[in-house]
Design a protein around this ligand. Structure first.
Ligand code: GLN
Length: 254
């Protein structure tokens, strides 16, 4: 089977399963199976796929047709232009969260270069590690309640060459930490418990609910985080957090 035939054949299977961008996603899965770039696939549509590789492509397509996110199948997601390993133990980094990185960077510019940054609920480590690549003298501590997530975050630190400047600690937010930090970041779970059922299958069936579920009103994790953050922030320090739609007023009041 040629690349262009595989793209046509498998993307129609993905489309029938309700996948949003079947043409793009089949190229991602095909590039993984062939261990090549998507540019190669566009340049060589007549390249004949070795039959031995078709089997693994077929398995990936079947997983995607069951609506498993393509990032879990590829075990990778790009964030802030960097590759991050992800697993079902970690939330998949979202482009929206790059806003938090931009805000943190503009605040960090006003601080000494060797600051220590705290990331509460680090997941794959994407936020903290992206910041550390931009702030070459800064240090970071990331916490997560999930040992599995911590393992992935450490692997990401290793791949990005950041192990010397970052530590990951298994912790329910920040209870084991002391000291003070001028910059604390967090993208906590903030979806209302009852709203999870209405999310797309990729999210509700595959992403860790512990990374999504913000309790009945969606604000439970903020309630848990604020006391620890208040204890750990240095004078004039800032806590920068991602929040959900329509949560601003309640959170500012809190
Ligand atoms: N900090 C990680 C991220 O932004 C994990 C967030 C979470 O699990 N809620 O992707």
């Amino acid at each position: 089977m040629q690349v262009k035939q595989a793209v046509a054949h498998f993307s129609s299977q993905l489309a029938a399963a309700g996948v949003d961008h079947p043409g793009l996603e089949i190229r991602l899965l095909l590039a993984q199976a062939l261990n090549c770039t998507t540019a190669f696939l566009l340049a060589y549509p007549e390249y004949v796929i070795p039959p031995s590789l078709l089997k693994s492509l077929q398995l990936s397509v079947e997983r995607r047709c069951r609506r498993e996110p393509v990032a879990y199948i590829l075990e990778n997601k790009e964030f802030w232009g960097l590759p991050f390993k992800v697993s079902p133990a970690t939330l998949i980094p979202r482009p929206d969260s790059e806003t938090l990185i931009a805000a943190a960077l503009s605040y960090a510019k006003t601080l000494p270069a060797s600051i220590h940054i705290l990331d509460l609920g680090t997941g794959s480590g994407c936020l903290l590690l992206a910041l550390l690549t931009e702030l070459p003298k800064a240090f970071g501590i990331g916490t997560d309640q999930s040992a599995e997530a911590i393992k992935i975050a450490r692997e990401n630190a290793h791949h990005l060459g950041l192990t010397e400047r970052v530590k990951f600690v298994q912790d329910n937010w920040a209870s084991s930490l002391s000291g003070t930090y001028p910059l604390i970041i967090s993208n906590p779970p903030y979806i209302k418990h009852l709203d999870i059922e209405g999310l797309m299958p990729e999210i509700k069936q595959f992403e860790p609910h512990a990374a999504l579920d913000g309790g009945m009103d969606g604000l439970e994790c903020y309630r848990q985080i604020f006391p620890g953050a208040a204890r750990l922030l240095s004078d004039n320090g800032r806590l920068l957090m991602e929040i959900g739609d329509n949560q601003q007023q309640d959170l500012v009041a809190m």
